[in-house]
Ligand binder design. Structure first.
Ligand code: PLP
Length: 363
């Protein structure tokens, strides 16, 4: 699976799902506690007031929970958009009755912190800023630290969608402007999908009590209940949590964030090198590219159809990802998950063989 979640998991992680757990079981409560402690330690080792609040569902559920728990209904929030996940964030705000002030740049252009500062000066009513750290629809790494500085200087709070970067790249959890960092089980931590989580300062969690206008997505309630009883409100995704504990054990054994980043960077460098040798052009320049997922321009050959390549490459053992851009025809290849440079080399060989089988000559 060369996809950015669900992704390739290790045999050990999949085996961790062979046990059924009772949600009320003290041993399962300990698993939840361990998972949350590990996640907090991955985010920061110097700050002790951050709490990890797990939430059932895919990553989007956790993003929506963060917005609805932190931003008051009817409140305004600046949303930085340069891809599909930024647009989804703005849509979450709109649907939940928070007013997004959208600052959009092209899909290959990061937001400029000076523009954000000017926008915040013009919008004193916006209490928060939301940004996607790695915009997975292109693979772009947005300048999180500079954006946090601009938000902090204007006295605003930051919500970070760090879904595909968490555990791989630093998420600047120590920055005083950061209110929430959102990620999920089935991305860079290499668990299976089904659990999101939000990291927040405890004071922010307590201060937001009663603000959320959704029962199931109230992070403050989830936190208080978990802290008091050791149990999740509502049925937890038990097998997902057990798999995540195993994946985190393997993450620590591999060498933590530095080792994970190094392996993904080697994967990405290999992928980009081999694809370029075939004649493919990367959508993003190297300096904007995160080592997570890569976007390539579609070949100009009239025999090119992504669905055909997908099928041919799948027959050869690899799963690719379609493009998600509005401005260009592209497709994507992820380099995260339990995969190595050898896997990426074999994948590019499979792509070359598939193109030949399809008669796509002009790349
Ligand atoms: C995966 C992802 C999400 C969550 O998407 P789901 O489909 O809900 O898992 C959100 N933001 C980013 C940047 C992502 O990569």
């Amino acid at each position: 699976m060369l996809t950015p979640g669900p992704l390739t998991t290790s045999d050990v992680t999949r085996q961790a799902m062979l046990v059924d757990w009772g949600s009320w079981d003290p041993e399962f409560a300990a698993v939840t506690r361990e998972v949350c402690d590990w996640i907090t330690q991955i985010a920061t080792t110097t700050r002790d007031d951050l709490r990890c609040v797990p939430l059932q569902g895919s990553g989007t559920f956790a993003v929506e929970a963060a917005v609805r728990t932190l931003v008051p209904a009817g409140g305004s929030i600046v949303v930085l958009v340069n891809g599909a996940y930024g647009r989804r964030l703005a849509e979450i705000c709109r649907r939940s009755g928070r007013l997004p002030i959208v600052h959009e740049t092209a899909e290959d252009v990061p937001p400029d912190p000076a523009d954000l500062a000017a926008l915040l000066a013009a919008h004193p009513e916006a209490s928060h800023v939301a940004v996607v750290h790695c915009e997975t629809s292109t693979g772009m790494l947005n300048p999180l630290a500079a954006i946090a500085d601009a938000a902090g200087a204007a006295g605003r709070r930051l919500i970070v969608d760090a879904m595909s970067s968490f555990g791989v790249l630093p998420v600047h959890a120590e920055h005083p402007a950061v209110d929430a960092i959102v990620a999920a089980s089935g991305k860079g931590l290499e668990g299976v999908p089904g659990m999101g989580f939000v990291l927040l300062p405890e004071a922010v969690l307590l201060a937001s009590s009663g603000r959320c206008d959704s029962l199931a997505m109230d992070l403050s309630d989830q936190y208080t209940y978990l802290k008091r009883t050791g149990q999740w409100r509502f049925t937890p995704p038990t097998h997902v949590v057990a798999a995540l504990r195993s994946a985190l054990e393997q993450y620590v054994a591999e060498g933590g964030i530095a080792a994970r980043r190094q392996r993904y960077q080697a994967n990405g460098d290999t992928l980009l090198g081999e694809m370029t040798a075939l004649g493919f052009r990367s959508f993003l320049p190297a300096e904007l590219q995160a080592p997570i997922i890569y976007t390539f321009h579609a070949p100009r050959d009239e025999r090119w159809h992504f669905a055909d390549l997908y099928r041919e490459v799948k027959d050869r053992g690899f799963i690719l990802y379609p493009g998600k851009l509005t401005q260009a025809e592209t497709f994507r290849v992820g380099c995260i998950g339990a995969v190595t440079t050898e896997d990426l080399k074999s994948a590019v060989v499979a792509i070359a063989q598939s193109l030949a089988a399809l008669g796509v000559a002009q790349i």
